[in-house]
Design a protein around this ligand. Structure first.
Ligand SMILES: [Zn+2]
Length: 350
């Protein structure tokens, strides 16, 4: 008894010293799980998505795992990042375009196979929003019907016979839906311990939202496909005023981008309304500088680096390089670290 008390006192005395080194230092890790811009495919790039992890360095920053958008191939990229889909705490949608959402069915199906016992995964997204044209964008319906083809085909019934512990209602039963009404002011939509996620309304299609993750190790903004509320020129910038508000003082901005080479003044034939609803690489450089960001991460590149075409649309002057994107950010006035994203690109803080 005496001996162990002695050692206990020794240990306590040693703690402040070793504490500076060995004490768990929190870190924030941002990994691009897919960088393809829009529905086309190019050289196996995965569809749009960003993994944000926060935690202790000893745990590879992985105590909390958040996935923003789930384009095609997200499950594969997560496996390369050594993050099993079953370990995600929450999934967030910026909007319901397939290039940002179609991976979810696959992700939930694998969870249903192997994690039917739970926990459920939080799916955080905008409440139903009806566009001026009259159609309603519904994350709730998307989630409710995520397993429908597998139920309708009879696969679910067949697999339930093999393993009765699986949820009878299919993968939709594994979703804990958390919808919010996005406004022009940031509002917290999800939190866990030291991690909080805020959302703001942004313009691209009805129901689009942008996010910011704040942690003790730093902050990251996920802009999604946000563009300016004024949908075409004349306007001051192509970037979103709401995203700029959300990004004030953020360490990292991850944002979809389009290169001005696809503009209607060039010869690509790319549809002007589709061009104008994205933020240009140059304007994002200017916005990131105004916001005071340290890192600007381009993702969802239109066109992809090295591609001769964006879908059916040829790139005027030929394929773009990494420098073409970097130069645009510099031209916009950005003085921080520019990252031109490829699948599995990672930025870690501190
Ligand atoms: Zn997109």
């Amino acid at each position: 008894m005496k001996k162990s008390m002695f050692f206990g006192a020794l240990l306590a005395a040693a703690l402040p010293l070793s504490g500076t080194n060995a004490e768990a230092a929190p870190c924030l890790k941002v990994t691009l799980t897919g960088t393809q811009g829009g529905p086309p495919v190019f050289q196996g790039q995965a569809g749009s998505g960003t993994l944000v992890e926060y935690g202790e360095e000893e745990n590879n920053c992985g105590d909390v795992k958040l996935q923003f958008d789930t384009g095609r191939g997200t499950t594969q990229r997560l496996s390369q990042a050594k993050v099993p889909v079953g370990k995600l705490n929450a999934i967030f949608f910026t909007h319901l375009h397939s290039d940002h959402s179609e991976g979810l069915a696959d992700m939930l199906q694998i969870r249903w196979h192997f994690n039917s016992g739970g926990p459920k995964v939080d799916l955080v997204c905008s409440e139903d929003v009806t566009s001026p044209a009259g159609h309603t964008m519904s994350c709730e319906k998307f989630a409710q019907h995520i397993g429908d083809p597998l139920i309708k085909s009879g696969e679910m019934a067949q697999r339930l016979l093999e393993n009765k512990k699986r949820l009878a209602g299919g993968p939709a039963e594994l979703v804990n839906l958390m919808t919010f009404a996005a406004t022009d002011e940031p509002a917290v939509v999800w939190s866990k311990d030291d991690v909080s996620v805020s959302a703001i309304r942004s313009t691209h299609i009805a129901g689009h939202a942008s996010y910011r993750v704040d942690t003790p190790a730093g902050s990251v903004v996920i802009g999604g496909d946000a563009g300016n509320d004024t949908r075409k020129p004349p306007r001051v910038t192509s970037t979103s005023a709401q995203v700029e508000k959300l990004a004030q003082g953020a360490d990292i901005i991850v944002h979809s981008t389009i290169h001005p080479v696809m503009g209607p003044d060039k010869e690509s034939g790319f549809p002007p309304p589709v061009y104008f609803r994205q933020s240009t690489a140059k304007d994002l450089g200017a916005m990131a500088e105004r916001a005071g960001a340290k890192h600007l991460v381009y993702t969802h590149l239109i066109p992809p680096m090295g591609a001769a075409k964006q879908g059916p649309f040829p790139i005027p002057g030929g394929a773009l390089t990494e420098d073409d994107y970097k130069n645009s950010a510099v031209e916009g006035g950005f003085t921080g670290n520019i990252v031109v994203g490829t699948d599995l690109t990672t930025v870690q803080l501190p």
